[in-house]
Design a protein. Structure first.
Length: 232
């Protein structure tokens, strides 16, 4: 079988990354993102990776969700944890104050903060997760983010993100119309996919940040997960 080389990561600008975006638009568009996560595999990819981790860390655990958005993934994580007998305490962190205010109930604690400078102590949280967040950064800053994830995690780091594909980009564009997505969500969805990763790229970011080769898995819906036990 002949495989086509992956297109290079594009530097397109996601409109929601603009600090001047209104709180109302941010909340509306992130609702679209949460729906896309539920329909197209983002939530499932993160939760399936977490299912592999939870049984190994005891009956009580803490989880930090970096770039928590609407908090849909931590909310699902607590349900899954309860089903397998784990009492999971979740912390959500986001750079958007409107999202932090709007979604306080989705996590046990919600904090305002920057992924490049996490406001948490070393090895202070059992599982540190980022889902659909790392693609917002170019390589050098993505490495800085992973350095922070690795620093704060006590037992496991999970990164779940998009696998770059023109087919996935076309799919999210087409699906956004019948789903009634906001035009900003439609634009950012396509840009996000084309800023996604190949397995090798995601591996190289983790190796550069933590000196560790992660376990990288293909997930349904053009998703990738990377997980590893944090190093020093």
């Amino acid at each position: 079988m002949i495989s086509l080389p992956a297109m290079p990561r594009l530097r397109g600008v996601e409109l929601l990354d603009d600090p001047a975006v209104s709180g109302e638009l941010m909340i509306r568009s992130m609702s679209d993102v949460a729906r896309a996560n539920a329909l197209f595999g983002g939530r499932r990819a993160a939760i399936e990776e977490l299912r592999l981790v939870l049984p190994t860390i005891g009956t009580k655990a803490s989880m930090l969700d970096v770039g928590t958005g609407r908090g849909d993934i931590p909310a699902a994580a607590r349900i899954v944890a309860k089903d397998i007998g784990v009492d999971l305490w979740t912390v959500g962190l986001d750079l958007s104050l409107p999202l932090v205010k709007e979604n306080r109930g989705s996590n046990d604690v919600v904090a305002l903060g920057d992924a490049i400078r996490l406001p948490f102590s070393d090895k202070s949280i059992d599982v540190v997760m980022s889902s659909q967040m790392l693609h917002h950064f170019q390589f050098e800053d993505a490495v800085k983010v992973v350095v922070e994830l690795n620093r704060v995690a006590r037992k496991k780091v999970i990164v779940s993100d998009l696998r770059r594909s023109v087919f996935a980009a076309a799919g999210i564009w087409a699906a956004s119309f019948p789903l009634g997505f906001h035009p900003v969500s439609r634009h950012d969805g396509v840009v996000s996919v084309m800023r996604g990763f190949t397995p090798n790229e995601l591996t190289e970011i983790v190796k550069a940040a933590a000196g560790i080769e992660p376990v990288v898995r293909h997930r349904l819906g053009f998703r990738l997960t990377a997980s590893w036990t944090p190093g020093a």
